[in-house]
Ligand binder design. Structure first.
Ligand code: ADP
Ligand code: MG
Ligand code: ZN
Length: 632
């Protein structure tokens, strides 16, 4: 809800109208709540009231109509000056009372003209211009009213322009307008690389069509807020030099039912005319929340809009040269239908930048800032783990403001220090930065996973180790790259996987006295594997080849209705638990042995991670080849 502390009388006409129309409690910003529906009746009523007021004021005669009989009386008494006779109305002036005006409604009176001639009244006929009257009385007030409303809407920046029932509000950027290029986004090289293909396709669609290559229809950029997703989408358009249609998911959430769907239709038909081009839907989650998730009856309008989007995407041929891009920081709540093949089937991760990335981003944003000679951007990057592009842009800006306040010629290191403290303070509240101690633990934890993965025979090779927080829960991550698709897993493979999962926790045990809660998810997954080995795959010698089904949840029915028919005895249950514990224990011992043997590499890797924040698998393998160990 917006903070509307100003409860006094409205200050200007726009506010007055807004308050009449019940707008005053509505959010003014696009990205707050969707406007309430159901006020449009009010809207019309007030409009009519307004117009009749205008008519009363401007178009009614100064003296009310007099009875026809009285008019005749005036004529007979010779009190009438001039007279204008219209088809329905007679108006005129009196000779007395300073020529007061009057009107009367004309009745069928064939003798009138004769009488007027007799009494020497001068009279005109008048051709009543109905159209003009209508124009004056209705169209112009309507027009003025709409102009005012529209103007006020624009000023408020709300997405509910009354005039634009179906016109898409997607802004059409001409080629030159997204002057953004890949150079403006740093620290997200993986994402840029993936998008390079899209750029190539857009700048030369013909080439791809000839070869019959399949181009993704929809590309979904996924990543935490402020990492540069919107920037990247613009950069793709800028690089390919194609028009860029952008609209935000929250703008679709409209007050009139059906408007959103009409807008989607409009957007796609506009885009089709301008191909090759990009349609960018920002904040897809506002629109694409899984349908039927809303307990309170749901939001019809949003669902209609979403359905329309799905229909348009399906009806679109990629070879027309239109690529639909979208961004979200909450992929988990998206409607699964959006992620189906032929829709947003390509997902690009836009991750938080590592130290090199942060340095590059700082460089971009301080291009136009006069830096003092002692400012070291590398050092600043080192002090800001967890910051995203938007935070860093904000940091440079804060520092520049501080310097300006102190009337300095250049921005110096002290301003950056101060600015970092400020920004970090804000982020700490949001739980987004690690303190030094946490960072140390995470470096050893992730190093543990990685070394175990490289030491056991059947684990996938390590692609990248990173301590940059990713997503919401994980503090760091070790990325393993499968070398082939697997449908079956052998016992040794499962045991190796179990070992890798325990690697993080064991490294913490070896290095620190106390252990942390960071391994919770690892342990849960390890236990799951061990349980499956015992109860489903028949891999425990003690329990043999019998499977022990666990209560399963229906795939389709409502959650929580598990059929809890345990088909084995309590005694067996205890044995199962023992076996699971044994598998995990054995893996624990094995991992301890590996990491104790390779403690040297563990320390070295952790140190490297602390310094660089992310380490490629290759580097780790080089380090390990200098430190052989017995096959585990
Ligand atoms: P998102 O859409 O992911 O929330 P934005 O693209 O809106 O983030 O980023 C907001 C601003 O932060 C950008 O306009 C840019 O100034 C800055 N920014 C974000 N990421 C980067 C980056 N990787 N490189 C340079 N600047 C960035
Ligand atoms: Mg954005
Ligand atoms: Zn872990």
């Amino acid at each position: 809800m917006t903070d509307n502390s100003n409860k006094g009388p409205p200050k200007n006409i726009i506010e007055t109208i807004r308050s009449w129309m019940g707008f005053e409690n509505m959010p003014l910003k696009k990205d707050t709540l969707p406007p309430k529906s159901g006020f449009n009746i009010w809207y019309l009523m007030i409009l009519f009231f307004f117009i009749s007021l205008i008519q009363q004021f401007f178009f009614s005669p100064k003296v009310g109509p007099i009875p026809y009989s009285q008019f005749k009386q005036y004529v007979i008494e010779g009190k009438v000056g001039t007279l204008t006779i219209g088809p329905e109305k007679i108006s005129g002036t009196l000779t007395e009372k300073q020529g007061q005006k009057f009107t009367t409604v004309r009745v069928d009176d064939p003798n009138l003209v004769k009488q007027l001639d007799e009494h020497g009244v001068s009279y005109f006929g008048r051709h009543e211009n109905k159209f003009l009257g209508f124009l004056l009385a209705w169209v112009i007030p309507f027009g003025i009213f709409f102009l005012i409303v529209r103007f006020s809407m624009k000023k408020m920046g709300t997405g509910m322009g009354v005039m634009s029932f179906s016109k898409s509000k997607a802004k059409i950027f001409a080629e030159s307008e997204t002057k953004v290029s890949f150079e403006d986004a740093a620290g997200i090289d993986d994402a840029k690389e993936e998008l390079q293909e899209v750029v190539e396709f857009l700048s030369n669609p013909g080439k791809f069509q000839k070869l019959g290559g399949r181009i993704p229809k929809g590309v979904l950029l996924v990543g935490p807020p402020g990492t540069g997703k919107t920037l990247l989408a613009k950069a793709v358009a800028g690089e390919a030099k194609v028009p860029f249609f952008s609209i935000s998911g929250s703008e679709f959430v409209e007050m009139f039912v059906g408007v959103g769907a009409a807008r989607v239709r409009d957007l796609f038909s506009q885009a089709a005319k301008q191909a090759p081009c990009i349609i960018f839907i920002d904040e897809l989650d506002a629109l694409g929340k899984a349908r039927g998730m809303n307990v309170m009856g749901g939001h019809d309008e949003r669902e209609q809009t979403l359905n329309q989007l799905l229909i348009e995407m399906d009806g679109f041929e990629t070879n027309k040269g239109v690529i639909i891009m979208s961004a979200t920081n909450r992929p988990e709540i998206l409607d699964p239908a959006l992620l189906r093949p032929g829709r947003f089937d390509r997902q690009v991760l836009v991750d938080r930048p590592d130290i090199n990335g942060r340095e590059a981003i700082l460089k971009i944003h301080s291009k136009n800032v006069l830096l003092g000679p002692e400012v070291d951007l590398r050092k600043i990057a080192g002090r800001t783990p967890g910051f995203v592009g938007a935070d860093l842009a904000n940091l440079v800006n804060e520092a520049a403001l501080l310097a300006a306040r102190k009337s300095k010629e250049t921005v110096e290191a002290t301003e950056f220090d101060e600015a970092i403290d400020r920004v970090v303070g804000g982020l700490e509240k949001k739980n987004r930065v690690m303190n030094a101690r946490e960072k140390e633990i995470v470096t050893f934890h992730e190093s543990g996973h990685a070394i175990v993965a490289e030491s056991v025979e059947h684990a996938d090779p390590v692609h990248k180790i990173s301590i940059i927080p990713r997503g919401i829960a994980a503090l760091g991550y070790t990325q393993q790259q499968p070398t082939e698709d697997r449908y079956l897993m052998t016992r040794p493979e499962l045991l190796d996987r179990l070992a890798v999962l325990l690697g993080g926790r064991v490294a913490e045990e070896l290095v620190f006295e106390e252990i942390s809660t960071g391994a919770q998810n690892d342990l849960q997954r390890a236990t799951d594997i061990a349980r499956s080995m015992v109860t489903e795959y028949g891999m425990s010698e003690r329990l043999g080849l019998v499977t022990y089904e666990r209560p399963r949840q229906s795939m389709f029915g409502p959650q929580g209705f598990a059929s809890s028919n345990q088909t084995y005895s309590e005694e067996k249950a205890a044995q199962i638990d023992e076996e699971i514990a044994r598998f995990v224990d054995e893996a624990h011992q094995r991992v301890r042995k590996i990491l104790t043997e390779r403690r040297g590499v563990l320390d070295k890797l952790a140190e490297l991670l602390a310094e660089k924040e992310s380490v490629q698998g290759e580097e780790l393998r080089t380090m390990l080849s200098d430190s052989p160990h017995e096959a585990a």
